[in-house]
Unconditional design. Structure first.
Length: 321
C-alpha cells in the first residue's frame, strides 16, 4: 500500500534565499530605494503587518516609511499624499495597506488607482490588474520590460509552485526560464482558488490561466466546494476561516497552497485554512516524492514569508526601472 503523508513546500526557506539575493542586488544600486507604506486607521493586525514590512525592507536595504492616517480621514487627503509621492523620483514604490477601514469599495479603489503604475508595487491599481489579463501566456508577462507589478501574495504562490517544478532553487525574480517551468507544471491541470479578492484570487486566477491551467474561482456563494475538492490538481484556499479544510479531504498527488490566515481560533495561534497534525508531515529524508499524499504550503511558513519578500522585490524592480 502506498504511504500517505504530507510533503511540505518550504516557503520560509525559499523566502530566506530570496531575501539574501535581494539584499545583494539592492546593494548594487548605489542608493537605497524609498518605499512609502500608507495605513489608514489603527487596526492592530494592519499595524503588525506594516511593521513587519518596514522591518524587512530595512533589512534588505530599502528605505521604508509608514504613514498612518487616522480612521475617518477624507480619502482626498490620502490621494493628495499619494500624488505627492508619485511626483517624487526618489520614491520608487507606494502601497496602501488593505483593507481601508471606514471606506466602501468605490472610495477605496479611488485611493488604490491614484498610485502611479510605475510605483504600484502592490499591484492593486486598475492599470496593474487590467494589463495582467491582457497577456496570453505566462512567458509573455515575464518577458515584457513594461510588465505590470503583480500582487506579492500571488507571486509567493508562484514561488511555491516553482519549487515543485524545480526543487531547491531560490529565485530573485521569475523570468522566461522559470515561467516555462511553471507552464510545464500547470498546463492542462485543474486549479481551484477559493477567493475572489483583488489582492489574491483575481490576480492568481490570471497567472494560473496564463500558465494554461483551467481555473475555477470559488467564493462564499459557490455550492459544495468541499464535495468537489477531489476534482482538482491544485487547491488554493484563502478564506481565513479556521478549520475550513482538513487533510482527510485531499487525495494522493494533490497540491494545496494554503493562503488563508487567521488567529481567531481557540489557541490564538496564527493558522491557515488547512488543519493538519505534525504526525501527518513526511520526513523528507525517508519519503520519496512519489509517496507523498499531498504537497502542502502550510500556514505559517508557506506563502506568508514570500509575500513580504516579493513586495520588496517589486520595489527593487521599480528602482531598476
Amino acid at each position: 500500500m502506498q504511504k500517505k503523508h504530507i510533503k511540505l513546500i518550504p516557503g520560509k526557506i525559499l523566502a530566506a534565499g530570496k531575501k539574501t539575493l535581494l539584499k545583494a542586488a539592492i546593494s548594487q544600486l548605489g542608493e537605497a530605494p524609498q518605499l512609502k507604506i500608507i495605513q489608514v486607521g489603527d487596526d492592530a493586525s494592519s499595524s503588525l503587518y506594516v511593521g513587519l514590512k518596514v522591518a524587512a525592507a530595512i533589512e534588505v536595504g530599502i528605505n521604508a516609511q509608514a504613514l498612518v492616517f487616522p480612521t475617518g480621514t477624507n480619502p482626498k487627503q490620502v490621494i493628495s499624499k499619494i500624488q505627492e509621492f508619485n511626483s517624487q523620483p526618489e520614491v520608487k514604490g507606494i502601497m496602501v495597506q488593505s483593507p481601508i477601514p471606514g471606506l466602501g469599495l468605490i472610495e477605496s479603489l479611488k485611493i488604490f488607482n491614484a498610485i502611479s503604475p510605475k510605483k504600484d508595487v502592490d499591484g492593486l491599481s486598475f492599470a496593474s490588474l487590467g494589463k495582467l489579463w491582457q497577456y496570453k501566456s505566462l512567458s509573455e508577462l515575464f518577458l515584457d520590460i513594461d510588465k505590470p507589478f503583480v500582487s506579492a501574495t500571488p507571486l509567493g504562490v508562484l514561488d511555491c509552485l516553482l519549487w515543485l517544478a524545480r526543487p531547491a532553487e531560490a529565485q530573485l525574480a521569475i523570468g522566461l526560464e522559470q515561467a516555462e517551468a511553471l507552464i510545464t507544471l500547470l498546463q492542462g491541470k485543474k486549479a481551484l482558488i477559493i477567493n475572489r479578492s483583488n489582492i489574491v484570487g483575481k490576480p492568481l486566477a490570471a497567472l494560473l490561466t496564463l500558465a494554461n491551467a483551467t481555473v475555477t474561482l470559488a467564493h462564499s456563494y459557490t455550492p459544495d466546494v468541499h464535495g468537489s475538492l477531489s476534482n482538482y490538481d491544485f487547491v488554493l484556499p484563502a478564506t481565513g476561516i479556521d478549520n475550513y479544510l482538513t487533510m482527510a479531504e485531499f487525495q494522493t498527488g494533490q497540491v494545496v497552497i494554503d493562503i488563508g490566515i487567521n488567529n481567531n481560533n481557540q489557541t490564538q495561534q496564527v493558522r491557515g485554512d488547512v488543519i493538519f497534525s505534525p504526525e501527518e508531515i513526511a520526513n523528507t529524508t525517508e519519503i520519496d516524492a512519489t509517496e507523498a499524499k499531498v504537497y502542502l504550503a502550510p500556514v505559517p511558513g508557506g506563502v506568508g514569508p514570500l509575500t513580504v519578500v516579493n513586495l520588496l522585490a517589486n520595489t527593487y524592480s521599480a528602482a531598476r526601472a
